[in-house]
Design a protein around this ligand. Sequence first.
Ligand SMILES: C[S@@+](CC[C@H](N)C(=O)[O-])C[C@H]1O[C@@H](n2cnc3c(N)ncnc32)[C@H](O)[C@@H]1O
Length: 206
Amino acid sequence: MNKVETAVVNSPPRRWLQRLYETRALLRIGGRLLPGTRALEIGCGSGYGSQLVMDHFGAATLDAVDLDPAMIERAGKRLATYGGRVRLAQGSATDLLAALDAEDGSYGAVFDFGIVHHIPDWRAAIAEVVRVLAPGGRFYFDEVTAHALARPSYRRLFDHPIEDRFTAQQFLDELTRRGLVVVGSTTRIRGDYLLGVAAKTVPARV
Ligand SMILES: C[S@@+](CC[C@H](N)C(=O)[O-])C[C@H]1O[C@@H](n2cnc3c(N)ncnc32)[C@H](O)[C@@H]1O
């Protein structure tokens, strides 16, 4: 993230939007987590979303990863009050084994507050989310689409990969292609933003 985006993402209006609009919308679609759920946040930034996952979604424990060590340091300060219930790691959402020793099926829920559009190989990030989700687990996502990223204002102010970005439909299709079932989703501002929840189905018994 460049300086402008770091300031915008961590500004009081963005926090307000994340808590009062995005969290409520995601809870309406996917509900709170089951008691005892082990959650993961990819691209946790300064840890405000992690706080929401603990306090509003009801995670029992949370692992959170971010590529930027400065963000992990900020998140560590913010999340210190949760003690051993929260574990932070520097690393990439595309390799959670390296970052967090995350085995297949490790988490009951994965959260993405606006990070997958930052990743050049965004499909690899989705594949990794699906890998670490337990059967029956849920992926809560809040994403910025190619539609927003193509806007001149976005391109002038922020620094994102520009090749091979996804529309809302392409993101949802990739989740389905990887075997998730989309529980519900919504777009806002003419397709600029996508929010939703997808579930990893429990394999049928034979
Ligand atoms: C727009 S910020 C969102 C931060 C946080 N989720 C929030 O809503 O405040 C995107 C974050 O993704 C992180 N990021 C970018 N690529 C990443 C990757 N491959 N793996 C993990 N984190 C990544 C950046 O360092 C940045 O903190």
